[in-house]
Design a protein around this ligand. Structure first.
Ligand SMILES: Nc1ncnc2c1ncn2[C@@H]1O[C@H](COP(=O)(O)OP(=O)(O)OP(=O)(O)O)[C@@H](O)[C@H]1O
Ligand SMILES: [Mg+2]
Length: 346
């Protein structure tokens, strides 16, 4: 196993890593939208890398020499949002001691990333829409509009369609922002990225913490790849950093996992490995067997969980019973047979 301690500092601390088809597609889209001034709406669960995507678009655009600023709508008090975005004049409200430019003005010639756009109140949404349409801002307390040349990127982890439905997000603003939508899938849907990301974070953490490690053992690798990562890439990164800092030996094992991850219900989820040469029919039997075992043989619940009718399930069981006596599905007990390799993580 290769020792993980880079001789030189891993260069791209903030580079985006990915080799799954989904991420290669995102990289391709970043390349294409970067060359334009289109507004981009970046969607994805928390920790999927929305901020990294915004930064990557700016860095690859012809505005890369211009300013870049990120503002998080969930972190700015509601009363200050408009002043923060559009600026204010001296005396326009209590505490406004001087004229102050807002983010739009500060980003003239560059890119403004508006994070958690779903947290913007309806009145501010209307004002933002006007700015996006007219490319003019009017600071609070001023009567004069100012022309601004700013590319806007926005992100949210909330469901904007649902918010439009319940009237908390303006449909017209949604369409204005959604000229291009980049949807980053959760990490559990692109498990192929996990080894690459894990290795990258290991190298980074070993470098910053001056540690020399052999890396994770096979069991831990398997765990990392099969865990569902509800906190996405951020959780994987934090998990690895914590393991590197607290490692007890030269090799990382399951025992080095942070307690939160080790004890999560996910850790005991079982999964199966599909040996080479298995047909779809073989896999179907494994899945049905495992589901029946999960429901202790209760066919109605198993059928419901599998999304098939009880009659279909019974038909399958009957057929397999005659086909293969070794697979005792009728009692809902999976008889370990070397034809099917199950592995349980954690
Ligand atoms: N593809 C990736 N390659 C390398 N690092 C990544 C990748 N995706 C995310 N990260 C890292 O994961 C962490 C979370 O990423 P980021 O802040 O961009 O997520 P986010 O979607 O904006 O999350 P939130 O919705 O909570 O703001 C960061 O440390 C980031 O560097
Ligand atoms: Mg973010």
């Amino acid at each position: 196993m290769q020792t993980i301690q880079p001789q030189t500092k891993p260069s791209d601390c903030n580079s985006m890593i990915g080799c799954s088809e989904a991420m290669l597609d995102i990289f391709d889209q970043i390349g294409r939208v970067a060359a334009t001034d289109a507004t981009v709406l970046i969607l994805g669960e928390s920790g999927t890398g929305k901020e990294l995507v915004a930064r990557a678009i700016h860095d690859r655009s012809n505005r890369s020499e211009g300013p870049y600023s990120a503002i998080n709508m969930a972190a700015v008090p509601k009363t200050l949002v408009e002043s923060e975005l559009f600026g204010h004049t001296k005396g326009s409200f209590t505490g406004a001691g001087t004229d102050r430019p807002g983010r739009f003005e500060a980003c003239h010639g560059g890119t403004l990333f508006i994070d958690e756009i779903g947290d913007l109140e309806l009145t501010s949404q209307a004002k933002l829409l006007r700015v996006l349409e007219d490319h003019r801002i009017t600071p609070i307390g001023s009567n004069d509009g100012k022309q601004v040349d700013v590319r806007v990127l926005a992100a949210t982890s909330r469901n904007l369609d649902q918010m439009i439905g319940d009237g908390s997000f303006r449909e017209d603003l949604y369409y204005r922002l959604n000229v291009v939508a980049l949807r980053i899938p959760p990490l559990r849907q692109r498990q192929g990225d996990i080894p690459l990301l894990a290795r990258h974070f290991l190298e980074m953490s070993c470098w910053t913490n001056h540690r020399e490690l052999l890396g994770p053992d096979a069991e831990l690798w398997r765990f990392l790849q099969n865990y569902q990562w509800p906190g996405n890439v951020r959780q994987l990164r934090n998990c690895i950093e914590s393991m590197v800092v607290l490692a007890k030996g030269p090799t990382l094992t399951i025992d080095d996992l942070p307690a939160m991850v080790r004890r999560a219900p996910d850790a005991s989820r079982s999964f199966f490995e599909i040996p080479e040469g298995y047909t779809l029919a073989d896999i179907e039997r494994v899945v049905v067997g495992q589901t029946l075992r999960h429901f202790s043989g209760r066919r109605t619940e198993a059928a419901e969980s599998l999304g098939i009718s009880i009659r279909t399930l019974q038909r399958k069981l009957k057929r397999w019973e005659t086909d293969d006596a070794g697979l005792n599905l009728s009692e809902g007990v999976y008889c370990a047979s070397d034809r099917y390799a199950f592995a349980t993580s954690g």
